[in-house]
Write a protein that binds this ligand. Structure first.
Ligand SMILES: [Fe+2]
Ligand SMILES: [Fe+2]
Length: 324
């Protein structure tokens, strides 16, 4: 018989405190005053796209049994709102920096109507189809799964949120822009709460069910893809992974931290999803110089942790033809 499930997350507190990310501390006039590398800009575009794509991920989630759980749907209602504002924050930042190609429509007072970049989002979603590797799970497993099914989605969300917030920390390490640091610090606070919710939900489900443990482990090993895969091409995902985490020992340690955190959950010991992905990305670079904007395979440097991977360069060209 099933035991009562303890979820280590104060949902009531989260729901009452949920709000749009506070960017009042950012001096927007100062944003163009500090340089961003091509790699930094690539990351910001990627992050903007992924944050704005959250609602499509929500669509996939609500098509599953997760939708019958009122705790989860209450969380998702606030979560998707917060993620929308993260996307807008990155959009505002890039525009303030001067990267608005082509110009967005303006209201008579010079402001940009919300949501920003509507054509860009529409095109992305038309191209998208299935949102990510997880999107095929319902088809694959059909009605075999009952309540254990939610464990997969909660764990997938936990890995996504943890990877996202670690990526923001990595961008702060790679980029000194003080106003960007303020923005990222505020967004990271939200991502930490998101991660805490998904982790607590996943942990409770993994603790109570051996089937859930086996299922989640199997699905992560077989189907997991980094956050953004599906929206972004493999080359773009590789470029981001190498720029943020392939630049030396610190980046390597950051992704190992993610793997360690995942491994601490019941049934998931020993999984190295992130590090395996980075190693695979580096192998693709080694086999195809120029892949992901990296001219020379940085693998030996990455293994020993001295030095920096070059900033991916192909994004400069991609930006020029972007259809916003
Ligand atoms: Fe976010
Ligand atoms: Fe999040």
């Amino acid at each position: 018989m099933s035991k009562p499930t303890t979820v280590e997350f104060d949902l009531d507190r989260y729901l009452r405190n949920s709000k749009k990310v506070d960017l009042s501390g950012i001096d927007w006039d100062q944003v163009p005053g500090y340089p961003l590398s091509t790699g930094d800009v690539m990351c910001l575009h990627y992050m903007m796209d992924i944050e704005t794509h959250t609602v499509i991920y929500l669509r996939d989630l609500l098509a599953t049994r997760v939708a019958v759980d009122p705790q989860i749907t209450a969380f998702l209602s606030c979560w998707v709102y917060e993620e929308l504002w993260h996307g807008e924050a990155f959009s505002d930042f890039l525009r303030s920096y001067g990267l608005e190609v082509p110009a967005e429509p303006k209201l008579p007072d010079g402001s940009t109507p919300m949501p920003t970049h509507p054509n860009r989002w529409r095109n992305l979603r038309v191209r998208l189809g299935v949102g990510n590797g997880l999107g095929i799970v319902p088809t694959m497993l059909g009605s075999m799964m009952t309540r254990d099914f939610a464990a997969i989605h909660m764990m997938w969300g936990a890995v996504n949120e943890l990877t996202t917030l670690t990526g923001y920390h990595a961008l702060m390490r790679r980029c000194d822009h003080p106003e960007l640091h303020k923005l990222l610090r505020n967004v990271i606070q939200d991502e930490r709460r998101h991660f805490a919710f998904y982790r607590a939900q996943a942990k409770a489900r993994l603790q109570r069910s051996r089937t859930a443990r086996r299922l989640v482990r199997y699905v992560l090993r077989a189907l997991w893809t980094p956050v953004g895969a599906g929206v972004k091409s493999e080359e773009e995902v590789d470029a981001l992974a190498i720029y943020l985490f392939g630049d030396g020992r610190e980046g390597r340690e950051q992704i190992r931290d993610i793997d360690r955190t995942v491994s601490e959950l019941p049934g998931l010991g020993g999984l190295t999803l992130l590090e395996d992905y980075l190693d695979d990305a580096l192998e693709r670079v080694a086999g195809r110089p120029g892949w992901a904007g990296v001219a020379h395979a940085p693998a030996p440097v990455l293994a020993s942790g001295n030095g920096n991977a070059p900033a991916p360069a192909h994004w400069a060209k991609a930006g020029a033809v972007r259809e916003d």
